[in-house]
Design a protein around this ligand. Sequence first.
Ligand code: UT7
Length: 329
Amino acid sequence: MASRIAVGIAGTGSYVPERVVKNAFFERLVDTSDEWIVQRTGIEERRFAADDQATSDLALEASKRALEAAGVKPEELDLIVLGTLTPDYLLPSTACLVQDRLGATHAGAFDVNAACTGFLTALHTGEAFIAAGRARRVLVIGAEKLTSFVDFTDRSSCVIFGDAAGAAVLTPLDECGQGEILRTTLGADGKGYDFIHMPGGGSRKPPTQETLEKREHFIRMRGRDVFRFAVTYMGEMVREMTEGYSPDEIALVVPHQVNKRIIEAALERLDIPPEKVVVNIEKYGNSSAATVPLALDEAVRAGRIEKGKLVVLVAFGAGLTWGGTLIRW
Ligand code: UT7
């Protein structure tokens, strides 16, 4: 077997829509309060995309910024992999729309649907292509316009979601000299498919007047079940990714921004100090596949990651799915 090519992260980028929506917005829609939302989730505000913006528009902006940071031109890309649960269309893929608008004329493009684990799934796919010598430059994206699929009459779910996008450009490590991807893992358990799902609109229940009236084309969530699953798997992923390394080597943990209480509960058990954990849920809410690349990009641009130190990415979500990545920055 040919030897594996080491893969690095050449650059990151992110984008959030301009419209800031405070918790008070939901007090007018459902029986909730700013106090409840802050206490139970840590969210103070989130971003909503404009009516004329779709997931590909958010993805495009984040991608341009990642390419610029990496010093890679769109026509140099071999592959684009985009993680989303909120594609512009069921057909074709959102990655193809981004490919066209970037002018990535030599790139293949496809979407992956692993919900909140979407970015890590895209990242691991891109890493595998480069490691196997099947591609040299890969753009990986996590992007969501969740507000198109949120049921604004359901107080337990509508308050947590926001719109955003994040991206990263992967190249062989000998080309970019940073961000070596050391470990990756992905897992799934479809028995929990209905913890977070959209019952209508797919091939099992194509859209009809009835599915619309029953609001089955919106996200449904068993929040408490997700809570328990998330605390367990976030801890497991961090433990698996960091096994064999000393705690001093870990610069940052970048977790899926699911709920501040979930992040705190999981990391408390692992004895990771809060200053090593990236939390920005108070500003952006939960933007599913976009949370990890957005938080990573913010940390990179804020200079929070010392070269040579370790960064752990962890995510989990609908499917159920989960994943972890270990990077030496
Ligand atoms: O990224 C993957 C997708 N994300 C998730 O699935 C989120 C994971 N879950 C969570 O973040 C939390 O479970 C929630 C934020 C969704 C809910 O928080 P919780 O602390 O687990 O609340 P709960 O579901 O146990 O509900 C407690 C009470 C209930 O009232 P009763 O039955 O005790 O009278 C809910 O009806 O809080 C009520 N409640 C609300 N009250 C005010 C639920 N949502 C709201 C709300 N405002 N927005």
